[in-house]
Design a protein around this ligand. Structure first.
Ligand SMILES: [Zn+2]
Length: 195
């Protein structure tokens, strides 16, 4: 099954670049979905490691893989999250700014750290981020095996993961307001759905 859509991003840091153009690594979206779902399912381990229980009923292990556990019979990891590159619309904006105006699409934000004793600002830190409204095309492939029935339970689980990311943030600095994303124009095997 193929889940596609666009993520609108108010994001920073949680992207890498290829030829200077930002993209969201599939591993970062996948990792965030997993950790949020583990919290929701009460699957957080004492060591803070991903779930590796390998149990048939554990959707975390089934969909995302049983962490470090090689002795399970769940079969291969069901989910594949592709790297998310700019949508055509955002790429056009990015290229227009860069080539025609010579300005960068990427925002630089400087943050000061206030020294609590003296009250003065020190160590200004500069962060880069893609501007609010930047769109990335996402694609998630979910392999459904015969033993998974119609696969609906797994699809719903993945949708819940996306909802959880939407309720929190993607990437670092979420506590300071960065990384807010929304998923739009979603399709499951070409059939539109909303989260
Ligand atoms: Zn598990």
């Amino acid at each position: 099954m193929d889940i596609e859509g666009k993520t609108k991003s108010l994001n920073q840091r949680e992207y890498q670049t290829v030829n200077g153009e930002p993209f969201i690594p599939g591993s970062s979206l996948k990792g965030k979905m997993r950790s949020q779902l583990e919290k929701k399912e009460g699957k957080i381990t004492d060591k803070g490691e991903p779930c590796g229980c390998g149990q048939e009923a554990c959707k975390i292990c089934k969909v995302f893989g049983a962490h470090k556990n090689t002795r399970h019979s769940l079969g291969a990891t069901r989910i594949l999250v592709r790297d998310a590159f700019f949508s055509d619309k955002t790429r056009k904006e990015y290229e227009t700014l860069l080539k025609e105006k010579g300005t960068s699409y990427i925002e630089k934000k400087t943050e000061n750290i206030i020294n609590r004793k003296t009250g003065t600002a020190e160590h200004p830190r500069s962060q880069e981020r893609v501007p609010s409204g930047a769109e990335f095309d996402i694609e998630i492939v979910l392999q459904v095996y015969d033993t998974d029935g119609d696969g609906n339970a797994l699809v719903e689980f993945v949708k819940e993961g996306l909802r959880q990311v939407q309720h929190t943030y993607l990437g670092g600095y979420g506590s300071r307001g960065s990384g807010k994303v929304s998923f739009n124009n979603m399709k499951l095997d070409d059939n539109p759905f909303s989260l």
